[in-house]
Design a protein around this ligand. Sequence first.
Ligand code: SF4
Length: 341
Amino acid sequence: MNIHDIIKKARDGEQFTKGEVIEMLSYPTTSAETALIMGEAGRVSRELTNNTAEVHGQFALNLAPCPVNCEFCSFASQYGIFKDPIELSVEECIAYARQFDETPENTSVFLMTTANYDFGKFLEIAKEVKSIMKNGSYMVANVGDMSEKRTRQMKDAGFHGVYHAIRMGEGSTTKVSINQRMKSVRNFQDAGLVVGTCVEPIGPEHTNEQIAEHILLAASFDPAFSGAMRRITIPGSDLENYGMISELRIAQIVAVTRLATPRSVIGNCTHEPNVIGAYAGANLFWAESGGNPRDTKEKTEEGRGLSVGDCAVIFKEADWNVHTGSSNYFNKKHAVLAQPE
Ligand code: SF4
């Protein structure tokens, strides 16, 4: 299949095979073929959203050494970056949520915790946060794997959706299997929570075949959004020697993710926010505050984290409008697909 066949297939809205996804990922980042793929993905993304991108805000309820020890994460207890657990008070959580929620461009507030955070406390704080959020803003959880019972409790606490990713290297760089992640995705969806996802964290060691498999796996459960995120090197981590892929390479992967994902999924994220990613079809960025698994600062707003306004400026530099009001991406009901056991 040459590049003209690929663009025609994308224009016709047809589903790409795994082999075709690998082919799109295999072009050099600096090639004319990749430029065409990024341009077409951007066109599709803009068409699906009326050229209107979204910014969501995330903050962490805690910052603690995490025993799950994912090799790419600054919270991993084995790295000793964060030695003493810090938990935000209810008041601090409300202040962070307000900070995001009061900006016109923020449409969803994500509450993140490490895997060992107390679930009862998580629900209590979530209810308090939800009570101060403006009508129309969605509260979203970014937490570990959850049982059916817990997903129902999360729905009852006021969550509209969750972020859940099947990580690159799941089961080797993390202690969690793909099956466990997928079981949680089904539990969330069965409880009525809308799931957003991303192909992440991608490093130079990941093959095009591995990335293609994850792009298609993410597309298989009809998420609110998919997308792609590169791994940020944590100094001293086991993965440090691999280094990082470039912004141009992650933009290429973002573009391929857009083209290989059904049009029923209108959101396409990238992280961290950047103009070339927005050009290549990313239409969702995150602002961040508090603890951040890609940062070694306690308050990422003093480090890598961007504000809602910063994210909106980057979108505007790529000639996107920025949405205000309820998230269009999360405003969907999942058509739950049959999943392999
Ligand atoms: S990614 Fe999540 S589960 Fe893994 S070490 Fe970091 S906080 Fe723990």
